[in-house]
Design a protein around this ligand. Structure first.
Ligand code: KDG
Ligand code: MG
Length: 404
């Protein structure tokens, strides 16, 4: 019986910081897992190196469920983003190994494809409406068929989703401490409905539009925003309230028919139990990378299916190509796939991770290479060392820390 022979943790700053777990079996099969937790990367690297890798060596790589239970239930101190990102990386690497051994793309082991491809949505943004409209047009020309729209709120120095100078948006900034910005909920609520109505008017009724409020509103603020956006007909309104308070969504849900999405910072099926069982959202965005890998995300999506909730797969740039590939294999196979977020990676990231997944005619497809279909080029990755980077911190005008 082959055994896991080595478990290495590779940290790179190729394009942005990524942590990758590489498992190697005694018969020479290699599997990769994404262990990236934006802004807290080295905590997961240490969790894996110091506490998990020694437990993996000698284990049977085929026993994926047992390894998951061993690392989760067996840890006593469980849950939370660091633990669950580490478990996700192990789980995805083991699925990669199993599929490579079978000589099949991973989605074939998950039941085969349920669709031709995974509809992707792009991020359009602008410092004002003309710049936003140009950005939407550019993404339509690239082939995207669904667009998330974010625009700078007048009077607010930094708006989530809008890069200074029209560059691709990357919220984490290098340095020894987070950038702090001022947030003004009132200004946002006065601006966002007009902005989204203007986009709908310009681009017509058929284009699927999404918007991310990024956890900053109270239930009543969120309910009033959702209600005012009903005529816009969004595909979804994302992360209206801070996610740990699952029942905050009840008021939003009962006040409006605007479809809702949430979940990118949730880490387990228990974190989204109330949201799903009470049908408080239309799309659940829990990621393969932060919620226990293929094994656990598959379970979450099966629970979501029971309540008519679809997968709105998280795909920001801090999901590495390894994580994105794992997401796409699952997205292609499950019955209740909704839509896949797609933020293209930087050229240095593409150099470090060769991948079989493709983007064509608005859809992503995981490709048909065995396993995940991703190879890590260690030399290219090593050209870009890790450098500490943080997500921003928001403060209100009086200095109070607010959700970012
Ligand atoms: O690490 C944080 C990002 O993943 C997050 O800010 C991206 O909200 C996000 C999104 O919808 O992609
Ligand atoms: Mg989001």
């Amino acid at each position: 019986m082959p055994a896991i022979e080595s478990a290495e943790v590779l940290v790179t700053g190729a394009g942005r910081n990524f942590v990758t777990l590489r498992l190697r079996t005694s018969d020479g099969v290699v599997g990769l897992g994404d262990a990236t937790l934006n802004g807290r990367e080295l905590a997961v690297a240490s969790y894996l190196r110091d506490h998990v890798a020694p437990l993996l060596v000698g284990r049977d790589p085929a026993r994926i469920e047992d390894t998951w239970q061993y690392l989760y239930r067996g840890a006593y101190w469980r849950r939370g983003p660091v633990t669950m990102t580490a478990i996700s990386a192990v789980d995805v690497a083991l699925w990669d190994i199993k599929a490579r051994v079978a000589g099949l793309p991973l989605y074939q082991l998950l039941g085969g494809s349920s669709r031709l491809g995974c509809r992707a949505y792009a991020h359009a943004s602008g410092r004002d409406l003309p710049e936003l409209f140009d950005s939407i047009r550019r993404h339509l020309e690239l082939g995207y068929r669904a667009i998330r729209v974010q625009a700078a709120v007048p009077g607010v120095e930094a708006t989530y989703g809008v890069a200074p100078g029209g560059a691709p948006y990357e919220p984490a900034t290098r340095g020894t401490a987070p950038v702090e910005s001022r947030w003004d909920t009132g200004a946002y609520l006065r601006f966002a409905p007009a902005m989204l109505h203007a986009v709908r008017e310009e681009f017509g009724p058929a284009l699927p539009l999404l918007h991310d409020a990024h956890h900053r509103l109270s239930p009543s603020e969120a309910a009033s925003l959702a209600r005012s956006l009903e005529p816009v007909g969004l595909l979804w309104l994302e992360d209206v309230t801070p996610v740990e308070d699952q029942t905050a969504l009840r008021l939003v849900r009962s006040s409006s028919t605007t479809p809702l999405a949430i979940g990118e910072t949730l880490n387990s099926i228990w974190d989204c139990q109330v949201i799903l069982a009470e049908r408080l959202v239309d799309y659940i965005r829990v990621s393969v990378t932060h919620a226990g890998g293929i094994t656990h995300l598959r379970r979450i999506m099966a629970l979501a299916e029971l309540y008519g909730v679809r997968a709105g797969m998280h795909g920001a740039t801090d999901i590495s190509p390894v994580g994105l590939a794992a997401t796409l294999h699952l997205a292609l196979a499950i019955p209740n796939f909704g839509i896949q977020e797609h933020m293209p990676h930087a050229p240095a990231t593409e150099d470090a991770f060769a991948h079989a997944y493709t983007f064509e005619n608005g859809d992503l497809h995981p490709g048909d290479a065995p396993g995940l279909g991703v190879e890590l080029d260690e030399v290219a990755a090593a050209r870009h060392p890790y450098a500490a980077a943080y997500l921003p911190v928001n403060r209100l005008a009086d200095g109070t820390v607010h959700d970012w």
